[in-house]
Design a protein around this ligand. Structure first.
Ligand code: NOJ
Length: 516
């Protein structure tokens, strides 16, 4: 299908937590490969693999020492090729994660840069003299503390927007762009369908290094006001799009553009730039019909203006799991299930994070077992992201739950027996079977996948819209917090609450094929 990415469902695989093929307790590429049939049966169109490159793991793989190899803990390049071939045989697209904003401090470029300040590699990074006995400016790291680290040997500071073990590259240096073009080609030659670009709004920094006036307290998705989102990014992404366009097969990019202003995001996804940008606005919305509608509408309108499809993200490996964000317990799961039907019926591309289809909740990871640098760099004031990264329960038995024959790298809670793929499979009331049914309907009903969109006004507290193609129309009704509402006349396709028939209770959603 041309421009397959316009209305795909893409499944994020956090590689170390998906499936372990060799019993060392860490997920790996052979593990993913063995579970591909599950994803085909789930009904997604493709996968996004988080970084599997050699890495000392200061930020779980987002600190890369070699962009064109596989970390031995995750397998080999041959394992990658085999995974890719199997995925393609099953009709699944494969996106990989490219990390161009920073390398690991163990990358040969950075080691050279430290060892020899006159080396050409030094200029790949942002080394600058300090100011008044301190760092060059007031920029702070997304992981807490200053964004500058002193290189004692030279007396200069280097920039790191994340952990100090993740020095930022200087994208104003053409050597950097040239190296990444080679890296992209390496993977395109191997046959990947596209890339997820890490920290895509931040590669170029404000060269003047002016102090920023952003608020000191920052959440994951707050805009970085002054020093990122630089104009040089737009022509870079046009060059990348042309590069990928030299290959057959509609290869694509999805940028992690961490900007809430959708008009700013739209600039990145014009027809000559990136195909997609993550849209994190629903990660911020409360369970509130008006707020959700406003957010959806702002995204749709801004992206429609540039001809780009919106994307919808409810979870990923950086945020608290959705049922927990929605209040936790049975009510949290109920709302999360309704939200799934909401986004799967919206126009555009949907990203599903591993385990979202099981209704997994955030796990409390005891402090002594925490791994995320955010926890350590903020002295424990921010809990970090380990709680959404706990491995997937495939089977019902602890401690490995079919994820591993060994000991999982993060403990899987005992009560996940009920949440396991094995337990949910075949149970029509389960979250997993709801996802399967919704994805099957989305695949088989063109109106749901590519039809026109119009809001329907049902009642305050209810979100409803219609998707229509030819003589077929499907209504998606989400009762956020209203009294039960009558569903429109027609065939009930999928409901988030198995009890639903003619009326829709609070915190539930349904798709109805309308009688024409
Ligand atoms: C965004 C990634 O999703 C996150 O996991 C990582 O820590 C940062 N970028 C830095 O690479």
């Amino acid at each position: 299908m041309a421009e397959w990415w316009r209305n795909a469902v893409l499944y994020e695989i956090y590689v170390r937590s998906f499936a372990d093929g060799n019993g060392d307790g860490l997920g790996d590429l052979p593990g993913v490969r063995a579970r591909l049939p599950y994803l085909r049966d789930l009904g997604v169109d493709g996968i996004w693999l988080t970084p599997f490159y050699p890495s000392p793991d200061a930020d779980h793989g987002y600190d890369v020492t070699d962009y064109v190899d596989v970390d031995p803990r995750f397998g080999t390049l041959e394992d990658f090729d085999a995974l890719l071939a199997d995925a393609h045989d099953l009709g699944l697209r494969v996106l990989i994660d490219i990390v161009p904003n920073h390398t690991s401090d163990q990358h040969p470029w950075f080691r050279n840069a430290l060892a020899d300040p006159s080396s050409r590699d030094r200029a790949r990074y942002l080394f600058r003299p300090g100011r008044d006995g301190g760092p060059p400016n007031n920029w702070t790291s997304a992981f807490g503390g200053s964004a500058w680290e002193l290189d004692e040997a030279s007396g200069e500071y280097f920039l790191h927007m994340f952990a100090p073990e993740q020095p930022d590259l200087d994208w104003h240096n053409p050597d950097v762009e040239e190296s990444f073009a080679e890296i992209l080609r390496f993977w395109l030659d191997r046959g990947v369908d596209g890339f997820r670009i890490d920290v895509a709004q931040a590669l170029y920094k404000d060269n003047t290094l002016a102090d920023t006036h952003e608020p000191e307290r920052r959440t994951w998705h707050a805009d970085w006001v002054t020093h990122v989102n630089q104009p040089d990014l737009l022509p870079l992404y046009a060059r990348w799009r042309r590069l990928a366009g030299e290959y057959e097969g509609d290869r694509m990019f999805v940028g992690e553009i961490v900007l809430l202003d959708q008009d700013a995001v739209a600039q990145y996804v014009t027809p000559e730039r990136l195909q997609l940008a993550f849209n994190f606005t629903l990660l911020h919305s409360e369970w509130d019909a008006e707020a959700m509608r406003a957010t959806i509408e702002a995204t749709r309108v801004a992206l429609e203006a540039v001809g780009a499809p919106p994307t919808w993200v409810l979870e990923n490996h950086d945020v608290v799991r959705l049922p927990t964000r929605y209040g936790g317990g049975a009510e949290g799961v109920r709302r999360a299930r309704a939200a799934a039907l909401l986004v799967l019926a919206l126009p555009g591309t949907v990203f599903v994070y591993e385990g979202q289809e099981l209704g997994l909740e955030e796990v409390y990871v005891p402090e002594e077992l925490r791994q995320d640098p955010i926890f350590f760099r903020t002295n424990g004031t921010r809990p970090g992201r380990d709680g959404c990264r706990v491995p997937i329960p495939w089977e019902s038995d602890p401690p490995g739950f079919g994820f591993t024959d060994g000991t999982p790298w993060l403990r899987i809670p005992d009560d996940w027996t009920e949440k396991s793929v094995a337990r949910q499979t075949g149970d029509r009331a389960s979250t997993l079977e709801q996802y399967r049914a919704a994805l099957a309907a989305r695949r088989s009903i063109p109106a749901l996948r590519s039809g026109s969109f119009a809001w329907l006004d049902v009642a305050p507290g209810v979100l409803a819209f219609e998707r229509r193609e030819g003589d077929e129309a499907v209504a998606c009704v989400v009762n956020v917090d209203a009294d039960p509402v009558a569903l429109p006349d027609g065939e009930l396709l999928v409901a988030s609450d198995p009890e639903v028939s003619g009326t829709l209770p609070r915190a539930a959603a349904a798709w109805v094929r309308l009688r024409m």
